[in-house]
Design a protein around this ligand. Structure first.
Ligand code: NAI
Ligand code: MG
Length: 504
């Protein structure tokens, strides 16, 4: 059984953070902190207890309208259109410095709001966000076009100078999820600002704290009013108003595939550009010639990192038959040792799921797996009496057509299946509507590369998993989304190409 973390010894909250959550949090519109036009607020919940931790302004259509107006003005003829790329880069770098200086406070915010272990937020979420901003700060001065030799056969003898410029796409709406609240804000804001866009960011209602605090740092860094607007609120209302707004030029979304499709429809009104980073059901494949101990550790963290609330979680485990039992038992043993508890207890290795909804959803999948004949060799149920904890779970005796193998669970649940032949493996691994990530564990490099080529996924990790870098593009094939975030590829999402042709 996973050990209980009770009685818990939570760390004392940073004094800045205590002050920050002691009064209702506001919306950032046109450089000012304002209450929602309706005056409404909503509760932000601590997922380890179910208690209310803060009151958050409930932004809606009217607030989105005001934010879009501000972003439009800052983009069309305001300060952001006049600032040099170098100055843009400096501001983004300054934001990274401020964030880094406040690492401890942000780590605690993420832990409190999302439930993740504070040590993980300190080592991963915050430094990755800092690094992303720095990487994107560098791009601000390097977004270039081409000069293009053209021939134009129907104007014989004429000469032209033709070139392209990459211009910012304009006013951008960004809707982000709750699994990595700060990091997702960074993935979205970094490239948009580097490219010269203005932004309306809508954080997830489950985890609004870090985006609002980041807004304070954005103001402190000196971004002009209206460049970044932050509207907290719910999906269907604030998010929907943003996705459908006729003066927004582009919408960027990370979240469920279901909502991705709703966003796409809402965006059709003015044909705004759309990029989507959606769900996954990623295959993690272990061959018998792998370093088995390393693969067991890798497969354990591939599914249990962030409590399985990762779009790229290695949630379908395919193990070559001769080592199937050894690997599955190894992962189960690791799972048993994982210490569950509140994120703010430094001993905690796995916190609660983010919300009551997510807890209910994941428990529903555990029930459905059981009904369809899957066997939980470890876990398989909720943990404790308060908060939204689910035990790390390894399912075997699963079949390809079961819901637990086909649908994204977004919790600490892996479905393990043995395989014999490569052909069958490849079609099983690709037998999903998703195509976000995949893992391969083998010492045979030609096998690794030839399998990597056959997997329909935006990221393939070989002998590692969950390796992210600001320079490495990330995104999905199939219903895992449109476009790539991070790396230089992301700049395509935030720029338009203009071709200029001059007769000389
Ligand atoms: P969701 O897709 O509903 O929420 C993500 C964001 O979209 C939030 O900011 C939310 O307010 C917003 N949103 C919701 N409905 C909207 C609408 N009609 N128009 C505009 N914005 C809207 O995700 P949810 O319900 O929190 O989680 C459900 C499932 O989604 C999870 O179990 C998981 O499978 C998947 N998911 C995937 C994520 C990823 O990183 N790809 C992140 C979060 C959830
Ligand atoms: Mg919360």
């Amino acid at each position: 059984m996973p050990k209980t973390a009770e009685p818990t010894a939570k760390i004392k909250l940073d004094s800045n953070l205590q002050k920050f959550i002691s009064k209702p949090l506001k919306l950032l519109i046109n450089g000012k902190w304002v209450a929602a036009a309706s005056g409404k607020t909503f509760d932000d919940i601590d997922p380890s207890t179910g208690d209310v931790i803060a009151q958050i302004a409930e932004g809606d259509r009217e607030d989105i309208n005001q934010a879009v107006k501000a972003a439009r003005a800052a983009f069309d003829n305001g300060p952001w259109s006049k600032i040099t790329p170098s100055e843009r880069g400096k501001l983004i770098w300054k934001l990274a410095d401020l964030l880094e200086k406040n690492t401890e406070e942000f780590a605690q915010i993420e832990s409190l709001d999302n439930g993740k272990p504070v040590g993980v937020a300190r080592a991963a979420d915050v430094p990755l966000a800092v690094d992303l901003f720095r990487y994107m700060a560098g791009w601000a001065t390097k977004i270039e076009g081409n000069t293009i030799p053209i021939s134009v056969p129907y104007t014989p003898g004429a000469k032209y100078l033709a070139y392209t410029v990459r211009e910012p796409v304009g006013v951008v709406g960004q809707v982000i999820p709750w699994n990595f609240p700060l990091l997702m804000a960074a993935w979205k804001l970094g490239p948009a600002l580097a490219a010269g866009c203005t932004v309306i960011l809508k954080p997830a209602e489950q985890t609004p704290l870090s985006a609002v605090r980041l807004g304070e740092l954005i103001m402190e860094a000196g971004f002009p009013p209206g460049v970044v607007n932050i509207v907290t609120g719910f999906g269907e209302t604030a998010g929907g108003a943003l996705a459908g707004h006729p003066d927004v030029d582009k919408i960027a979304f990370t979240g469920s595939t279901e909502v991705g499709k709703i966003i796409l429809k809402a965006a059709a009104g003015n044909l705004k550009k759309v990029s989507l980073e959606l769900g996954g059901k990623s295959p993690n494949i272990i061959y018998k010639d792998a370093d088995v101990e390393t693969a067991i550790q890798g497969a354990t963290s591939a599914i249990f990192f962030n409590h399985g609330q990762c779009c790229c979680a290695g949630s379908r485990l395919y193990v070559e038959e001769p080592i199937f039992d050894e690997v599955v038992q190894g992962i189960a043993k690791n799972a048993e040792k994982i210490k569950l508890g509140p994120g703010l207890d430094p001993k905690t290795e796995m916190g609660p799921l983010v919300s009551h909804d997510q807890f209910t959803r994941v428990c529903g999948y555990l029930e459905s797996g059981k009904k369809e004949g899957a066997k939980a060799i470890v876990g398989g149920e909720k943990f404790g009496t308060k908060g939204y904890f689910v035990k790390p779970t390894v399912l075997k005796d699963v079949k390809q057509d079961m819901k637990v193998v086909q649908e994204e669970i977004f919790g600490p649940v892996v479905a393990a299946m043995p395989f014999k032949k490569d052909d069958a493996l490849i079609s099983q691994a690709n037998d999903t509507t998703y195509g976000l990530a995949a893992g391969i564990w083998t010492k045979d490099i030609s096998k690794a590369h030839s399998l990597a080529a056959k997997l329909r996924a935006g990221t393939v990790w070989v002998n590692c998993y969950n390796i992210f870098d600001a320079a490495l593009p990330f995104g999905g094939y199939k219903e895992s989304g449109w476009g790539r975030e991070m790396g230089h590829d992301v700049l395509e999402l935030y720029t338009e190409v203009k071709a200029v042709c001059v007769r000389i």
